[in-house]
Design a protein around this ligand. Structure first.
Ligand SMILES: [Cu+2]
Length: 220
């Protein structure tokens, strides 16, 4: 009986792996403080693929009970993704779904209070009880959003649909590791090491300086 259950589980795992889908979620598209879509259904093995739009968004996994704060165990954080002008960040953030339990996520940008304003979403959310609507309602009472100290829980992947600002980002399959990540969402420094087959490239985004300058104007 137990062996049968395990065998069945293995078959199910294999089957779901074979049919893994990549689920695109746009972050802040058309200047909306929103994820689009903000409610998705995913199975184990699927990939959540977050694409970041201007000006500076992020995605953090949270817990239903504490809106706009990082999950107490596990989770993920993309880092802040500054984008100047229009278009998308040169990397998307991909998270593998390991469970069909609800996964709440939000943007930790505090300039214009993104999470508080309803910038959150859910994977496999229930239709009643702990719903995304309930999460967003509770988020209105949160003083400010918070974010983990470093990027974790997913992979930054070169985004072919963006307009690359660096030659390294133009590589079709580039795997990147973020080596530093500081700031609470405004001025933001980013240092990414990307490997694109031919070797390792250090990418420094000039966009950061431009963005910080822009935010200084915005904040003054
Ligand atoms: Cu945001």
């Amino acid at each position: 009986m137990r062996a049968t259950t395990l065998a069945t589980a293995a078959v199910v795992a294999l089957a779901s792996h074979a049919n893994a889908d990549t689920i695109r979620i746009d972050v802040g598209q058309n200047n909306a403080l929103a994820f689009s879509p903000d409610s998705v259904t995913a199975k184990v093995g699927d990939i959540l693929d977050f694409h970041f739009h201007a000006i500076n968004h992020s995605v953090v996994m949270g817990d239903f009970d504490t809106p706009c704060a990082p999950a107490k165990t596990g989770g993920f954080f993309s880092g802040f993704m500054p984008v100047s002008g229009s278009g998308e960040a040169d990397e998307s953030f991909q998270v593998k779904v390991n469970s069909t339990d609800p996964i709440f996520f939000y943007c930790a940008q505090n300039t214009f209070s993104h999470c508080k304003s309803g910038m959150s979403g859910v994977v496999n959310g229930p239709s009643s009880g702990n719903t995304l609507a309930a999460y967003q309602s509770a988020a209105k009472n949160v003083k400010s959003a918070s974010n983990p100290a470093s990027v974790f829980g997913g992979s930054l992947v070169a985004d072919a649909s963006s307009s690359p600002t660096t030659s390294a980002a133009a590589a079709a399959t580039t795997s990147c590791t973020v080596t530093s990540n500081s700031g609470g969402g405004n001025g933001y420094k980013r240092s990414t090491t990307c490997t694109s087959g031919a070797g390792s490239v250090q990418v420094s985004l000039g966009i950061v300086a431009a963005f910080t300058f822009g935010m200084a104007i915005l904040m003054s």
